[in-house]
Design a binder for this molecule. Structure first.
Ligand SMILES: [Mn+2]
Length: 239
């Protein structure tokens, strides 16, 4: 039988062991929760970085598909910056977009070239598209507006566009430029993209619901499918 001193020491050691293993257990859980899918699967982070300079604009885009939604957007077009924040936040994509363009003419060139460069950075980050879910869709409400997006990283660029804005402008932003932006993104990321408006009265709401639906669809389509890691998700074997 143990004397009192030995018994106390035994309990102390036991307590220490319990605390120690509980600490290790918590560390493992927090590590797992804070990791994105590729980190859990020991895959490299999927990053794209593109600089594009023309006589009209100078655009640079850096993105991480496995991000947390950090966003820096300085395009000189405040409404476009607001929409890029939607893509980042709801797509969980870390996004840095810097653009200087000839906005003294109008926003057209800068808006389009941001779309082109973002599309190219997306394409770069996806690489050979191995292991991705590939398809994505979402139905986003924003008050009275309801917009549905379906997309496929098919390798075949296509846009079907069904947004009908009741006003020509939101603030200073020309609502026609929304279509131009998505044409550029789809063409340069080799994405099939459908955007349908089911309801909406307010132009700001319609556009923002569209970007939110796009962001969530993007997130779904670019996620790594743990059942298909390392395989190209196509029966043809190429995307
Ligand atoms: Mn808004």
């Amino acid at each position: 039988m143990m004397n009192k001193q030995a018994e106390n020491l035994f309990i102390k050691k036991l307590k220490f062991k319990i605390y120690f293993y509980f600490y290790i257990f918590l560390m493992q859980i927090s590590d797992r929760l804070s990791s994105s899918t590729p980190a859990i699967l020991n895959l490299p982070a999927r990053v794209g970085s593109v600089k594009r300079k023309t006589g009209e604009t100078d655009v640079s885009v850096t993105l991480n598909l496995d991000g947390v939604g950090d966003c820096q957007a300085n395009t000189g077009i405040p409404f476009l910056d607001h929409m890029l924040h939607q893509i980042s936040s709801h797509g969980l994509i870390d996004l840095d977009v810097q653009a200087v363009g000839d906005i003294e003419i109008d926003d057209h060139h800068t808006n389009e070239d941001v779309g082109i460069t973002l599309g190219q950075a997306l394409k770069q980050a996806l690489g050979d598209r191995k292991g991705i879910v590939r398809f994505g869709h979402f139905l986003a409400p924003l008050d009275e507006a309801l917009v549905q997006v379906a997309l496929d990283f098919s390798g075949r660029p296509h846009l079907s566009y069904g947004l009908e804005m009741p006003t020509q402008r939101v603030g200073n932003y020309d609502t026609q430029l929304v279509r131009e932006f998505f044409v550029a993104v789809a063409n340069n990321s080799l994405m099939t993209l459908h955007i349908r408006q089911l309801a909406g009265i307010n132009s700001h709401h319609i556009i923002e619901a569209g970007f939110k639906a796009f962001a969530r669809s993007l997130r779904m389509a670019t996620e790594i499918d743990p059942r298909r890691v390392g395989e190209i998700p196509s029966s043809k074997g190429v995307l």
